[in-house]
Design a protein around this ligand. Structure first.
Ligand code: MG
Length: 389
């Protein structure tokens, strides 16, 4: 469009009512607008999302070119992975990313994860992007309804993110909006708290984007504020409208057409990649306690089987190790009661790392009470390896 087109927008990110950190990052630097929702716990999610946004800003095209924008998201992905390898943040950190370039009525979007883009057109809210999440896959397969997905235990499991897969791709969308339409980018802290209908009503009600952004964040907080809430609102302003301005809501938007063009081959890769990421993310939330051989103090000396904690799950999947050594303790397995010795030898799987650490504390107390200080390694060795992700 022409230089006479002005643009009004608002961006707001809020910690919510439950979380101790805001791991979301937003950017509003016309024509570029971004929402990224970091994952990884502690401060790692913040590192991942802010780093991804900064890298995207450096690589994003200046024009609404969805493919170029998707390439910039891939650059951000490589940067997050490089940072994790070099010890910034932590291994396993990641982030979603929903990025838009808006020029007049032309909009290009690239998206990874479950942060969304919506378009308010003629008072109706249309979802532009498709989530990369476990529940979205289940809805697409007809296994779950939208309403059920809001309460599903795996509703926050995403199947694609920046930071984990060097071959990750972003979904590109490109379309023409009409003057007066309103683009919304948001993290799941908004959409998990509010139904689409409520979001649409508020976007239609408050014409000032700053007021609308504040209203959305306040409503999400009033509904519980379970997660960080980020919203970016961009008002589409332009001269005239595209030919035949009546929008066909059934999907003439080029983004949907483009998804079809990407074709089955890419879709297959996406599904496989998604499943792998879902599996990895599940594995990474788990922990287990097993025995490993402590280093022999000198040549010919016997090694001791000691209690050892891993994050993840034992073994590998398609050649990928799904565990990482957390702690090889000095607790001899032989110091435990026979029942516990057998359990440790077989590997005790736990829901999370803090459960594992609790169990180790119990074993430490039992070992101290027994007075045993050394033992030998039984022949059945666990399949766990100490290699990290
Ligand atoms: Mg979130």
């Amino acid at each position: 469009m022409t230089a006479r087109v002005k643009q009004t927008w608002a961006a707001l990110s809020d910690i919510g009512r439950v979380r101790t950190h805001n791991e979301d990052s937003v950017l509003a630097q016309p024509p570029l607008f971004v929402v990224a929702d970091g994952l990884g716990g502690h401060e790692a999610g913040e590192v991942a999302s802010s780093m991804a946004v900064e890298t995207l800003r450096d690589h994003a095209p200046r024009k609404p070119d969805a493919k170029a924008l998707a390439r910039a998201v891939r650059a951000a992905n490589r940067e997050v992975m490089r940072a994790a390898r070099e010890g910034l943040g932590r291994q396993g950190m990641g982030t979603t990313m929903t990025a838009a370039i808006v020029e007049g009525t032309r909009i290009a979007i690239a998206q990874v994860g479950d942060s969304r883009a919506y378009l308010l057109h003629a008072g109706q809210l249309e979802r532009v992007t498709e989530d990369h999440s476990m529940v979205a896959d289940m809805i697409r397969m007809g296994q779950l309804t939208e309403a059920e997905s809001r309460y599903h235990p795996n509703r926050s499991v995403i199947t694609r993110a920046l930071g984990t897969d060097p071959n990750m791709t972003a979904d590109p969308y490109e379309f023409d909006a009409d003057p007066g339409d309103r683009l919304l980018l948001c993290s799941d802290g908004l959409t998990s708290m509010l139904e689409d209908a409520a979001i649409g009503e508020m976007l239609a009600q408050y014409r000032d984007p700053t007021v609308a952004a504040r209203a959305l964040v306040d409503a999400a907080n009033d509904a519980g504020g379970h997660d960080n809430i980020s919203v970016v609102i961009v008002d589409v302003e332009g001269e005239g409208s595209r030919a035949g301005a009546a929008v066909d809501p059934s999907g003439t938007r080029a983004g949907r057409g483009m998804l079809a063009i990407i074709g089955w081959v890419l879709l297959f890769a996406v599904v496989v990649g998604g499943i792998a990421y879902g599996t990895w993310r599940y594995a990474w939330s788990r922990a287990y306690v097993t025995q490993t051989a402590s280093a022999a103090p000198s040549e010919g000396a016997t090694t001791t089987a000691v209690v050892t904690v891993y994050r993840g799950v034992p073994g590998t999947l398609a050649g990928i190790t799904l565990n990482q050594l957390v702690e090889q303790t000095t607790i001899p397995v032989s110091a435990l009661p026979p029942g516990d010795q057998a359990k440790v030898a077989r590997t005790v799987r736990l829901n999370n790392l803090s459960d594992a650490e609790e169990l180790v504390a119990k074993y430490r107390a039992l070992a101290a009470a027994s007075g045993v200080t050394s033992g030998t390694v039984p022949s059945a060795s666990p399949d766990a390896s100490a290699t990290g992700q």
